[in-house]
Design a protein around this ligand. Sequence first.
Ligand SMILES: Cc1ncc(COP(=O)(O)O)c(C=O)c1O
Length: 390
Amino acid sequence: MNGSQMTSNSFDSTRALRRASMKWRTYAPDVIPAWVADMDFDIAPAIREALTDAVARSDLGYPLPYARSGLDEVFCTRMQTRFNWHIEPRQVEFFSDVVQTIYLSLLNLTQPGDGVVIQTPIYPPFLTSVAETGRRAVISPLVQGAASYAIDFDALAARIDAGTKLLLLCHPHNPTGRAFNRDELMALAALALKHDLIVIADEIHADLMLDARPHIPFASLGPEIAARTITLTSPSKPFNIAGLCLACAVFGSDALKRRFATIPAHVRGGRSALGIQAARAAWTAGQPWLDETLAKLRANRTRVAGFVASHWPTVRHAPPEATYLAWLDCRELRLGAEPFKFFLNRARVALSEGPAFGEAGRGFTRLNFATSPTILDEVLTRMEAALKAR
Ligand SMILES: Cc1ncc(COP(=O)(O)O)c(C=O)c1O
């Protein structure tokens, strides 16, 4: 049976297919995309209004430097109210995206051959950025427990050598959905201090905590740890505006900021006028939409976990504490190293490729559940039908 024969009538992709995004256009029209981290929901009304207004005024010229536009203050206020994290506008700089800033950090703060700690399985650009800049990946796999993933601190400490210079932290963690708790963060901070590591804390998923527990910014642990940390974040993930390209870096010390300032402005890149408008709207008026979205994501998380438990008892899955990504251990289904291929070919569902997340991803796949319950049900039903038809 091929995928189109399996398709039920409940999948109405017509609306989503109007999108020209990578998520919806990479695969054939009969494939349901549940891979790259975009959400299928409509954007926040406040963002839509800001963008519509800017376009209506043809306000698409070079934007003011952000220090004069006040966006840095808006961002600081947001960090204070949302995460109880006090930062000053002078610590903030905007870039076009988080991954770009990871590359700039590696190039600017480390030397070829320097070791960079990465906790796998991991968002693929962590691995490619280290490889492509000629740095050395110091891989420290998270340990898969019965209920969730944990950090093996002894193994991590044993891997750090004199040439290890930087910890590339993903918090909350993609793809496992772990939101590290205070004790874990403190233990990581102690290691960073002991081994004199710079920390690049990618906190792009911070706004997507799914439980009552608040996100703890790594740099908020204390002044000593802040001083060695650059925090990267963006409204792109929680507000679903990745195509608008605006990311923020928070420098925990003047010294780190000064080192970044040596990168020519045109290499750091421009900021999009629409990205700035959207970010301001998101941070000042987007919270009601985000609260509604988090409720949808919680419901979908439960849906996925319930389906996996009842239909695929051999698939190990720890529901994420944050993000809208379900990391599925399909090894016992015996679909090979890349279950993604099986589900793409036989279920016509595009998931993310496990091995792209490192060796620890072989036999795994990642499912993006930020969609309507109808599409999510269709994704799961197609996957189930493909498994049954083997
Ligand atoms: C951990 C993490 N960092 C960065 C990004 C991408 O951010 P940007 O589009 O700003 O480069 C993603 C996207 O899913 C992500 O999961």
